[in-house]
Design a protein around this ligand. Sequence first.
Ligand code: C2E
Ligand code: MG
Ligand code: MG
Ligand code: MG
Length: 273
Amino acid sequence: VYFIDQKDQIKFFNQNMKGELVSKFDLESKLRQALAKDEFELYYQPQLKSENNQVIGVEALIRWYHPEEGMISPGKFIPQAEENGMILKLGDWVLKEAISQLKNWQDKGYNNLIMAVNIAPQQFMQGDFVKKIKKLLFEYQIEAQSLELEITERTVIKDIEYTIEVLNDLQKLGVQISIDDFGTGYSSLEYLNRFALNKLKIDKSFVHQSSNLNIVKTIIMMGNNLNLNVVAEGVETKAELDFLIQNKCHYYQGYYFAKPQNAIDVEKYFRKI
Ligand code: C2E
Ligand code: MG
Ligand code: MG
Ligand code: MG
C-alpha cells in the first residue's frame, strides 16, 4: 500500500506509519470529545508594566484536563490540532471563552484589562475571521481595544498581501495585534513596517540571562523605533527584569511575577479602576 504525503511524495505504508495515523486519528477524536465534555480550561497570565508592576492585561493559555492522562500542555496538542484541523473548533472555543471571561471581569469592575488570545495560522486565514471577531465583540459588548490577538511570524509569512489586508481590517475594527515569539521566525523587517501591528513579544529564549542579550537589546530598540510596544515573555528573575527596564522594554510577562492560573486565582492581581 502506498499513500501520498504532504510533500506529494509517494511513500510506502509500513506498520510504523500505521501507528502514527491511528494515534493521530485517536487524538482528533479525543479533542472532539474533550470539546463536547468541556475538558478545556483557559489559564491567564498577567502582563505588566515593567516600571511599576501594574497589570495591563492577561494572556489566555489553554489547558486540557484529560480524565485519565491528567493535564496535557498546549505544547503537546496544539501542534497536532493544527495538523488535523481541530484547531479551528478549539480556536473558536478559546475566543468565545476568553471574551466571555473578559466581560465577566469588566462586570466586576476590572475595566482596563486587555485580553490577549493566541491565534493559529489556520484561524487567521479563515475567510470570515474578522467577521467572527466582530460578531463576538458585539455579542459580549466588548470594546475592540480590549482584545489583543497574538499571531506568529509563521502566520504572517503564509501570504503577505492577504495578511496586510486582514491586519488593516482588524486595525479598523480597533483590535490590537501582537507578534508572538518574535525573533524565532522568518519575518523580514520590511514586512514589519507594512503590517498594522501594536506589539512585539520577544520570545522567552532570548530573555533569559544565559542567552545573547544583544539580541534582546536590538529587538527592543527596533520595536521602540517602529512605535511598537515591546513585551518580554518568560521573565523569571529580578536580574532579567532589571535588564529589560534599563533597556526600555516597557512591558513583561513571566513566572517572576506570576504563572498562568485559572480565572479565579488570577483575579488577585487585578485592581478595580
Ligand atoms: P506562547 O503564546 O508563547 O505562550 C507563552 C508560554 O510561555 C506559555 O506556555 C507560558 O506558560 C510560558 N511562560 C510564561 N512565563 C514563563 C516563564 O517565566 N518561564 C517559562 N519557562 N515559561 C513561561 P504554555 O501555556 O505551555 O503555552 C505554550 C504555547 O502553546 C503558547 O506559547 C502558544 O503558542 C500555544 N497556545 C497556548 N494556548 C493557546 C491557544 O489558546 N490557542 C493557540 N492557537 N495556541 C495556544
Ligand atoms: Mg469553564
Ligand atoms: Mg502567546
Ligand atoms: Mg510566545
